[in-house]
Design a binder for this molecule. Sequence first.
Ligand SMILES: Cc1ncc(COP(=O)(O)O)c(C=O)c1O
Length: 384
Amino acid sequence: MLSLIRFYADRGLRVAKAFMQYVWDEGGRKYIDAHTGHGVAFLGHRNPAVVKAIKEQLEELMVLGHGFGARVVDEGLDALSKVTPGWVTHAYLLNSGSEAVELAIKLAKRATGRKGLVAFTGSFHGRTAGALSLTHNPRYRAPFEPLLPGVRFGRFNDPGDVDKVIDEGVAAVFIEPIQGEGGVRPATREFIRAVAERAAEAGALLVVDEIQTGFGRTGALWAHEAYGVRPDILLAGKAIGGGYPVSAVLTDEDVASSVRSGDHGSTYGGNPLAWAAVKATVNVLIRDNVPQRAAAAGEVLKKGLKARLRGSRLVRDVRGAGLMLGVELRTRPNQVLRCVQGKGVLALKAGATVVRLLPPYMINEEDVEAVVDAVTGCIEEASP
Ligand SMILES: Cc1ncc(COP(=O)(O)O)c(C=O)c1O
């Protein structure tokens, strides 16, 4: 047997199966999943509607060369149009968030004829070379430099820094409405609006990365809409495939019409199974009022955490929106993460000190209570 190349610490848990908000280990023990494979299983594990759509698609058409048409592609595009902002006229599917970021970089360079790129401190846009160039964390970047030239980082949530980094040489400005990996840090309204205004003024495209926040996760269909800004390119990933690996680049006619044949491609991007998964995911999103349910469940979860953690010496902050929540500690979160796993709850970290919770939308009252008990109990145990 070969060994895995290890990029992640071993969690000490072997998963045997999963369904909706629950995961079972090989010993049959059940866990509430607030990790959801880094936020992917927002519609739950093996959501029956998604499984059915993929199975049916498998019986019909599994591989489709680019340039050929198929009903499932038309139906997927039609489904996406029901859940994308009105300005979105074009979509392209890829297989991962990082790939969507790579395409956005190319589209922005093509549409503007410029080379500069801007992102912000604390950002995470992925780990492929282009996406890593826009990811701020030096720990991820430093060993692999030189990365893309012409990238500048502005200070996140500092509207005063925006004019300094966005100028007429910039092709695109990349921003997450709530930084996920960076520590569950929401952008302020003032900041996002200043970024959008300055980008428009300088003729730079605004690329909103909703790979983690999109598709209802934050209690709104798209997190950026609450800020009243209009991106030029919107990126989705994780939840959008209902567990199948899919990302989407969504844009308008101006940007889409700037590309030339051969500018981009992906052997697997937009394969029939991916389109079938996206279509089923959209249907579940609409049928189950997923954003509203995420908002309601998230509110109860956040309130519960806040109430029980008030006054805790180990806790700096409880924040986030919908079912994308973070508890910022005054220490590394590893001990608390191990402890909650021991109590039957899976969670993940964000940044250096944040316990991040990304449960699926169907998490019920009992589950929420159990998550609050586990997280607050473990923080108490870890408190000095
Ligand atoms: C905001 C954001 N952008 C991009 C990515 C990269 O996505 P992937 O890991 O699918 O390449 C992530 C992944 O966590 C993300 O949260």
